[in-house]
Design a protein around this ligand. Structure first.
Ligand code: PEP
Length: 258
């Protein structure tokens, strides 16, 4: 982390877990144990039907609510889809885009790019995910793969908008597997992502962008991962479903930074 130049962000991704009633319970518990210090931004991205309950519960708090996906179109015949302006109107601040679980359902880099642009246009903060498979890592093409995802995902993002984008590096082999990247492995890729942003924009922009790590981050390994200079926070799946674990990760972000 580097709080001098950029924000630390701890974000939860609930995936397809919890009902609206369970959301209400979770938020009530979270509020009772939420740290008072403001060393990081906190986001919880929840299933669409849970957004109203989450927004209502966290209205007077510093927790920003987010969605787990959006549609890039403004409106129209897209049954089952949700537009970015709908998310804004529902009280969302964030939206996860290009999670590997959605890419596995057919989402392409072009889709990711269109969604990032739509989210920015609507005033949402996109959390744009990238990550390599185990086969790609073992073939030694992680850097090239990630650089390609970042370049395609950010196409057309204007200089004055790039600071608003959060990038989440999530190696597919580490998501939901309990197999975390080592702090060194995660740092190496996050540093490379910053280099790609530097080449696309400038040193100033690269220094200002928050890059998160995701993939089995939990209350035990968070401190070490977050101690890396280019890891500015976490995108947390499983451990964000338990208030005590999520809070421990938020507390792990309260450490000295460069
Ligand atoms: C995720 O879903 O983005 C994620 C990182 O999941 P987990 O923390 O459970 O590996």
């Amino acid at each position: 982390m580097n709080r001098k130049y950029r924000k630390t962000v701890i974000a939860g991704n609930w995936k397809m877990n919890k009902t609206p009633s369970e959301t209400k319970e979770f938020m009530a518990q979270l509020k009772t144990i939420m740290p008072k210090g403001r060393w990081c931004d906190i986001a919880l991205c929840v299933p669409a039907v849970c957004i109203p309950a989450a927004v209502r519960a966290m209205r007077e708090t510093r927790v920003g609510i987010g969605a787990e996906n959006c549609n890039a179109n403004a409106s129209g015949a897209y049954t089952g889809e949700i537009a970015t302006n709908m998310l804004v109107d529902a009280g969302c601040k964030y939206v996860i885009i290009g999670h590997s679980e959605r890419r596995a359902m057919g989402e392409t880099d072009a889709d990711v790019n269109a969604k990032v642009l739509a989210a920015l246009e609507a005033g949402l903060t996109p959390i744009m995910c990238c990550g390599e498979s185990l086969e790609q890592r073992e073939a030694g093409i992680t850097d090239e793969w990630i650089a390609m995802q970042i370049k395609l995902g950010l196409q057309g993002v204007a200089e004055d908008k790039i600071r608003k984008v959060i990038i989440a590096y999530e190696p597919i082999w580490a998501i939901g597997t309990g197999r975390t990247a080592t702090p060194e492995q995660a740092e190496e890729v996050c540093e490379n992502i910053r280099t790609v942003v530097r080449k696309l924009y400038s040193s100033k922009h690269a220094r200002a962008i928050s890059i998160l790590y995701g993939g089995s981050m939990n209350e035990k390994n968070a401190f070490e991962l977050l101690a890396q200079p280019d890891i500015d926070g976490g995108l947390i799946g499983g451990a964000s479903l338990v208030p005590e674990k999520f809070v421990k990760i938020i507390e792990a972000a309260n450490q000295p930074t460069v």
